[in-house]
Design a protein around this ligand. Structure first.
Ligand SMILES: Cc1cc2nc3c(=O)[nH]c(=O)nc-3n(C[C@H](O)[C@H](O)[C@H](O)COP(=O)(O)OP(=O)(O)OC[C@H]3O[C@@H](n4cnc5c(N)ncnc54)[C@H](O)[C@@H]3O)c2cc1C
Length: 390
């Protein structure tokens, strides 16, 4: 097989990159270790920045998004049994955020690719990347339906997420990495019950953080801070609902409960690697950086990366290395801003297992400042709604 760009991974980064390249008349092949069904049902992100929504609509894969999304003009910070609204219309120059589940974005992108008869291979195995460090044409080896296959290409895009094979294929001596594992995790549920709120609620509570998010007028998404190492078996539905109700407690407000459709535990991690390019291999999305989900930035960062990468690859294929040379630095500027914002939201809202009473009071002082000071609230609103894409 021969193509211009070999794309490893059919997550948001890989699929949007393939789509943007196609619009520029550039050929690519997308390889994915999971099945189509699996990636179209995997429950993950749901909150899209304005720039992400604009990108999907402008490139023709946002029709269903426009019809089915929920638009939010603010969020609530809830602490000490009081709610405080951060108003994006007022503070973020009219920018909004949009609820549209990651698996729906994936469905739209896979459908667009298949409708255009473009190659995407699911269920591949043993993917390895080769000869990307010099002038030679790189290749990707893998097994598909039991057969050994090779793709020869001009460039490889490593869009294979945090646990993928592309980042580890770069010599460790050329990569600098920064990372932190947080001492808590998120237990997330998808529940078949109309949301008890019109906008996201971020709750600070002495027993830990809770988040009320939404997926549709009929389906709620809720998260609960739990200790690292917690097992789902220890969290029957009744215990989850009781704990959520306690952490969201507000006089006159009730958390509606319903059947749990999906349940998972996610570790919390900050991670950045640099550079995001090595020779003819480019990393994008979670393959290069991870943020804790409190700031809702991971998917948005993945799309921001590939919005820079597509024109850079286009120029490279025409012999111009300028955009590709600055790819890593351009992306990392946004990545570090989001890494800081996600860390800030996380540490302001979560109870550290070793939290001393002083730490809790400092969090509450910060929260009171954010809701009382226009400058502080604007900082939150501006970062949350996101910055313009390149
Ligand atoms: C609970 C939770 C909530 C979140 N909420 C938000 C949110 O509200 N907003 C937001 O912006 N982000 C959020 N995120 C983060 C977001 O889901 C990720 O940042 C996003 O999926 C990154 O996209 P990606 O394409 O870079 O990587 P991935 O989505 O991880 O895609 C990588 C793909 O590569 C495939 N793959 C792996 N290895 C190989 C291989 N060797 N060969 C071929 N394919 C391979 C994987 O199967 C996968 O399909 C959340 C994440 C979680 C877990």
């Amino acid at each position: 097989m021969r193509t211009q760009i070999g794309i490893v991974g059919a997550g948001p980064a890989g699929l949007v990159l393939a789509h943007l390249l196609h619009l520029r008349g550039i050929e690519s092949i997308v390889l994915e270790t999971r099945s189509r069904k699996y990636i179209e049902e995997r429950v993950r992100a749901g909150l899209l920045e304005q720039g992400t929504v604009d990108l999907l609509i402008e490139t023709g894969v946002g029709e269903r998004l426009k019809r089915e999304c929920l638009t939010h003009h603010g969020i609530e910070l809830r602490f000490n049994r009081r709610g405080h609204r951060i108003d994006f219309d007022d503070l973020a120059g009219g920018k909004t955020v949009t609820i549209y589940a990651q698996q729906e974005v994936i469905k739209d992108l896979v459908a667009a690719r298949l409708a255009a008869n473009l190659p995407i291979l699911f269920d591949v195995e043993d993917v390895t990347v080769h000869d990307f460090d010099g002038g030679a044409s790189p290749s990707i080896r893998f097994r598909s339906a039991g057969k050994e296959e090779v793709i020869h290409c001009d460039y490889i895009a490593g869009c294979d997420g945090f646990h993928g094979i592309c980042r580890p294929a770069i010599p460790a001596s050329v990569l600098t990495t920064w990372g932190r594992d947080y001492p808590y995790a998120w237990l997330g549920i998808l529940a078949d019950v109309p949301p008890s709120t019109d906008e996201l609620i971020y709750a600070h509570h002495g027993d830990g953080f809770a988040l009320h998010s939404l997926r549709s007028p009929a389906v709620s998404r809720l998260y609960l801070q739990v200790d690292n190492g917690e097992q789902l078996a220890a969290w029957p539905d009744e215990r989850i609902w009781a704990e959520l109700s306690r952490r969201f407690e507000l006089p006159g407000w009730t958390l509606e409960q319903g059947p749990v459709l999906d349940k998972s535990i996610t570790p919390m991690r900050s991670f950045v690697c640099a550079p995001m390019r090595y020779g003819r291999l480019f990393l994008a999305g979670d393959a290069a950086h991870i943020v804790p989900p409190t700031g809702a930035k991971g998917l948005n960062l993945a799309l921001a990366d590939v919005a820079v990468l597509a024109p850079a690859l286009d120029a490279l294929l025409h012999g111009d290395d300028k955009l590709a040379a600055s790819y890593s630095a351009t992306c990392l500027e946004r990545v570090w801003r989001s890494t800081h914002f996600s860390w800030w939201m996380t540490t302001m809202l979560h109870r550290a297992p070793t939290a001393d009473p002083l730490a809790t009071q400092l969090q509450l002082a910060q929260l009171r400042y954010v809701v009382a000071s226009r400058a502080a609230a604007t900082t939150l609103a501006e970062n949350y709604t996101g910055f313009a894409m390149h």
